[in-house]
Design a protein around this ligand. Sequence first.
Ligand SMILES: [Fe+2]
Ligand SMILES: [Fe+2]
Length: 194
Amino acid sequence: MKNTIATTMNELRTDHRNMVMLLNLLDAETVRLADSDEPDYELIYDVMTYLAEYPDAVHHPKEDLIYRHIKSKRPDIDDSLRHIEADHEALSQASNEIRRDIDAINAEGLVDRQALAVALRQYSKDLRKHMYWEERDLLELADSMDDDEEWATVLMKYDLAHDPLFGSQVERRFQKLFNNIQWHTVWSGQHNFV
Ligand SMILES: [Fe+2]
Ligand SMILES: [Fe+2]
């Protein structure tokens, strides 16, 4: 059966590791931007596009469903979990704002580079902190829940969700980013959340 707790948690943890790799790339470009060096705007844009299309559209909504499912089973622990939906909303807004800034730069618009560097740094910090919390609390809690038919029903809508960058087939528009990830991972070996 596809949607067991174990398979879903594996997918979410894999997504987290992938996102950390992307944030490592993003951080390197942010340093260049803050140092008034010319960063790779295409790379920044590709990372932010991927984050909007897969984590924001699939990974986070999947976690929201898991959160609601846990809440229905364990209302007593809701206080420690309920910030998850607001976190996802804030991360999505921040990534959209950053993409708009990159669009403006590509269109020769006026964008404060230092402000963009601050926004990128904050975004990376917030997403890392968020994933660290999920690994430690939300996913641990989900691991301890009983597997049942409801899980399969809850998560069925994401059965066919395709990851355009880390899935079985890298989409052509993300090929350059994929190559960058491979190079960066080989040389840095960093996978830390914080
Ligand atoms: Fe999340
Ligand atoms: Fe997550």
